[in-house]
Design a protein around this ligand. Structure first.
Ligand code: NAI
Ligand code: MG
Length: 338
């Protein structure tokens, strides 16, 4: 079996960390056909647009992409790459796992997967100003749109994810006490879907502001969490922060027509080209890609290899207090995986 994957090395540290990630994937013994495509600044320089049609076509054909970080061109008229991909492939679910790897951090036992609805809610960006008297911007108004079908799809995704990964509980995060319709609908549908999984996956619900506090007081109480777009945006960064931040945080964007896997961090222009970036987040994203195609054992091998390299071998990049280069770290993980 060979997996056809669109590989977007990306900008800044992207090529350095994706090179090591590809080595680790191939060390699992699986076979890949890499279709290397451009996006971001690299694509602007080569083709004049940050998201060339050839890249979109490749993802459409493979339905699977491993993406390095992209530098967002500031102050140009180009469409945003992330928005372009999200719309093209209906990437409705953003999945962010956060697990304690290196001990000695603030929390010892964090193992959370946050599932964020990615297409609806306040972030649809339907907003306008209202003029009062001479002031054209006297009032700003924004509309949040949440559909029953959208709620059902994302909550079902979270419960199915829990089942597939042997997780025990899904927490539905909302603000239905104030936003009785947009958040109320999410909670109502969430509870309906939860009943279908009774006896297989436990469910509870929690108001978002309390959730933000509980996350920093007692993060061990959470397992899988599911929420709407804006709450998910905020809480997913909080969750990454619980386990040591950007260098270890992967993410997946799952859609009806494709799935795209990437690190949460950006292109880190301040350290690009120096060979010192931490490739762990990109490697953990690759492990999520293997989960997605059903290679659960190999995915776990990659996660264990990264943890063992950091904790047992004490091989760490600079951001984690070590001296290893990107390549040295990559070689160590390959050794553990193979
Ligand atoms: P950033 O995540 O690139 O960097 C923030 C800080 O974290 C920097 O000090 C950087 O050196 C460090 N850092 C990030 N990843 C690291 C790694 N793997 N190993 C070691 N250190 C690491 O965020 P910033 O500087 O705000 O954005 C830079 C560019 O990346 C911008 O053009 C931004 O638009 C883009 N970006 C792209 C994303 C994507 O493609 N998914 C996500 C976030 C930002
Ligand atoms: Mg965000």
């Amino acid at each position: 079996m060979t997996y056809d994957v669109t590989l977007i090395p990306g900008d800044g540290i992207g090529p350095e960390i994706t090179t090591q990630t590809v080595r680790v994937l191939e060390a699992t013994g699986l076979r890949f056909t890499w279709d290397e495509e451009l996006a971001g600044m690299a694509a602007v320089e080569a083709t004049g647009t940050p998201l060339p049609d050839a890249t979109v076509e490749s993802i459409r054909k493979n339905a699977l992409a491993l993406k390095g970080p992209l530098t967002t061109p500031v102050g140009t008229g180009f469409r945003s790459v992330n928005v372009g991909l999200r719309k093209e492939f209906e990437l409705f679910a953003n999945v962010r796992p956060a697990r304690t790897i290196a001990p000695g951090g603030r929390f010892e036992n964090v193992d959370i997967v946050l599932v964020r609805e990615n297409l609806e809610g306040l972030y649809i960006g339907v907003e306008h100003f209202v003029q009062i008297g001479d002031d054209p911007r006297a009032v700003g108004e924004s509309m949040a749109i949440v559909t029953r079908a959208g709620c059902e799809r994302i909550v079902r995704f979270a419960f199915d994810y829990a089942l597939k990964h042997g997780r025990k509980q899904v927490t539905i995060v909302h603000k239905a006490n104030i936003l009785k319709m947009v958040s109320g609908l999410f909670l109502e549908v969430g509870r309906e879907v939860a009943r279908e999984y009774e006896g297989r996956v436990a469910a509870n619900d929690m108001i978002v502001d309390n959730t933000a506090m509980q996350l920093v007081m007692r993060p061990e109480q959470f397992d899988v969490m599911v929420t709407t777009n804006m709450f998910g945006d905020i809480l997913s960064d909080e969750v990454s922060g619980l386990v040591g931040g950007l260098g270890l945080a992967p993410g997946a964007n799952i859609g009806t027509r494709a799935a795209i896997f990437e690190a949460v961090h950006g292109s880190a222009p301040d350290i690009a080209g120096q060979g010192i970036a931490n490739p762990s987040a990109q490697m953990l994203a690759a492990a999520m890609m293997l989960d997605h195609v059903g290679e659960l054992d190999r995915a776990q091998r990659i996660r264990d290899a990264i943890a063992d390299t950091i904790v047992r071998d004490h091989i760490r990049t600079r951001d984690l207090g070590g001296t290893a280069s990107t390549e040295e770290f990559g070689r160590a993980v390959v050794r553990r995986v193979a």
